[in-house]
Structures are given as C-alpha cells and as structure tokens.
Write a protein that binds this ligand. Structure first.
Ligand code: FAD
Length: 312
C-alpha cells in the first residue's frame, strides 16, 4: 500500500499497517516528515515549532501512545493543562511512528494512475514514482484540497472530501534579546479582530536550546486578509503587532511562514473515508477536526479500513 503524506495521520496509518505485517511506502513532498507538526531551523542552531504548538490526549488509544512517547522521551508535558510537545521538536512523535518504515521525502505525488486493480504514482509531469511499483491501495493523508486534486485527476471521488474547509495561518518565528513573555509560556487572544491570536515562548519547551525564541500565530481573519502578501512584509507587520503586546528586544532572526491549510473549519465528520472497490482512502484532520489527536485517530481508522475492518 502507498500512503501520501507523512504527517501524524499518515504516520499513524503506516505504523498500524506495519504492525499488521503489510508492506507500506510513505511519500511526502516535504524535505522531512511531520507535516503541520513542524520544526523549522533558523541560523545559529535556532529551531522553531512553527506549526502545531502542542497536543492533548483524550481518546484511550492516543493516550496510550502519548504515555509511551513520554516514557521514552519522545514527548513531554509542556505548559500545563495536559498539553504535550515532541522532544526535541514537534516532529519527534511523527518520526517515531515512521521508524523503520519506507519513507520517501521530497516526492510530490501529482497523479494516481489506474493499472488494472492497482495504482501507480507519478509526479505532476508524469515521471514514475516508487520505481513504477503498483499499489493495491493508496491512502491520501494530505490536506483535503490536495487530496481532491489527486482524486479528480484519477477520475475518482470520495464524497465528503470536497466539503472540507480550512482557515489559513501566518506564523512569525522570532529570536530577540528582549525579556521573555511575562506570563510564560503562552499568551492567547480570542478576539477575532486581533492581528495575533497566539504567542508562545518557543524556548520554554523541553529540550529546546537557546533563549529568546518565540512563535506567534496571526488570527484566521488577519491571515486570510493577508494570504497572498510577501512573507517579509508579513513578518514586519507581525513584529509591529507583537510590539503592542510585549517588549521586543534587538531582533536576531525573524521569518514568516504561510500555512494555507492550517486549521480545519469544516470536517467530514467521520473517522475516515475509504472505497474498497478502488482502494482509495482519505484521512487526516479533515475527517474529525483540527487537532493532532484527531488526525492520529483518523489515520488509525483508515489503516483499519484498508486492512478490511468494517467502518465504525
Ligand atoms: C499553525 C498551526 C497551529 C496548530 N496548532 C495546533 C495545536 O496547538 N494543537 C493541535 O492539536 N493541533 C494544532 N494544529 C493542527 C495540527 O497540526 C493538524 O491537525 C495535524 O498536524 C494534521 O495532521 P495531518 O497528518 O492530517 O496533516 P499534515 O500534517 O498536513 O500532513 C499532510 C502531509 O501531506 C504532504 N503532502 C501534501 N500533498 C502532497 C502530495 N501531493 N504528495 C506528497 N505529499 C503531500 C504534506 O507535505 C504533509 O506533510 C495546528 C496547525 C497549524 C498549521
């Protein structure tokens, strides 16, 4: 089987399939695994969790996994209220699930091509991926618009994928010499008209080196209004907005990252989608909602369906 996307959903699915003894290949267009559980490197060994900030665990299956991660030092509590982060970056839990799995990064799947009862994967220009191997099932764990494009190109549909909606998010990564947040480690603003919705002391997370790093997420409405702006302009505006909220010292590094599909606003409302007759499936936070835990559970569910389990 092939899994497209090495975020937490794809990693959970791959892990489950491997446990069941099924060969699996995971492809991701990014340079490494993690998806929106992301860690970005800056100069001077700076590192920022610029996607998901933390995760919670409520479902017993995810709780058991998080307990295992914390026991082995892959994750650790942070900031109270049963919040957990990867150690030493948010990608750590995803990497852990993918340990020993055939993971191929830097591979953007552009086309799904039917070959009898199997599927072949191609880049957008038609070049073969995976040495032209054929797969009995292809599990799509990329954000819904990207999954939809692949399905449409193959002349297939998984009802529900087209209805999923995401809010964008511009993220500021900043290293400065000012005092840390007074009420560390986070500050939230739920005003929909705010420029910045979330500020986190990135350096307060366990295992992170270096002081003075913070991550700020712009609010959804602001992010939407500035979606196509240049990253450098956005970084400048977000630093200005940050100065209104806290003292900012001499800036050592700043960068902005645009998440076009950040937080699910409308989900499918089912754990996953799977069509046994074609072997195509969809999982991720687009199924159950905007949380790491939901994406994990969705990936597990899709692996179960691909293994022949009934829908729950
Ligand atoms: C700014 C931000 C803050 C967040 N904060 C939190 C938080 O605090 N707590 C929380 O629980 N959740 C948070 N989330 C949400 C959480 O990160 C997501 O719900 C979760 O990580 C989604 O995982 P996923 O596997 O479904 O998708 P993703 O992590 O997006 O993985 C999909 C993968 O598919 C790959 N891909 C896409 N198209 C292709 C293609 N054509 N070929 C190959 N690969 C492809 C992508 O590169 C990506 O790696 C946040 C998200 C963002 C962006």
């Amino acid at each position: 089987m092939a899994i497209i996307g090495a975020g937490i959903a794809g990693a959970a699915a791959a892990h489950r399939l491997r446990e069941a003894g099924r060969p699996v290949v995971v492809l991701d267009k990014g340079r490494g695994p993690g998806g929106r559980m992301a860690t970005r490197r800056g100069p001077d060994s700076l590192r920022f969790d610029h996607g998901a900030q933390y995760f919670t665990a409520r479902d017993p299956r995810f709780k058991a996994r998080v307990e295992d991660w914390t026991t082995r030092g892959v994750a650790a509590p942070w900031g109270g209220a049963e919040r957990f982060v990867g150690v030493t970056g948010m990608t750590a839990p995803v990497r852990d699930l993918l340990d020993g799995i055939d993971l191929r990064c830097g591979r953007a799947v552009g086309r799904l091509v039917r070959d009898g009862r199997s599927w072949r994967l191609q880049e957008a220009d038609g070049a073969a991926l995976c040495e032209d191997a054929a797969f009995s099932a292809v599990l799509l764990t990329c954000p819904a618009p990207q999954a939809l494009a692949l399905l449409a190109g193959a002349g297939e549909d998984l009802p529900g994928v087209a209805e999923v909606r995401y809010a964008p998010c511009w993220t500021l990564m900043l290293a400065h010499d000012g005092p840390p947040l007074a009420d560390a480690p986070v500050r939230e603003d739920r005003d929909p008209d705010a420029t910045i919705a979330w500020i986190a002391r990135n350096d307060s997370k366990p295992g992170r080196d270096g002081g003075g790093t913070l991550v700020a997420h712009a609010a959804p409405a602001w992010s939407r209004a500035h979606l196509e702006d240049a990253a450098e302009d956005v970084a400048e505006r977000l630093v200005a907005a940050l100065r209104e909220r806290m003292p900012v010292g001499a800036i050592r590094h700043r960068a902005a990252h645009r998440w076009r599909y950040a937080a699910v606003e409308r989900a499918v409302g089912e754990p996953c989608l799977f069509a046994p007759e074609t072997g195509l499936g969809f999982a991720g936070d687009g199924c159950l909602g905007p949380r790491v835990e939901f994406a994990f559970l969705s990936g597990l569910a899709l692996a179960g369906r691909a293994l022949g389990e009934a829908a729950r």
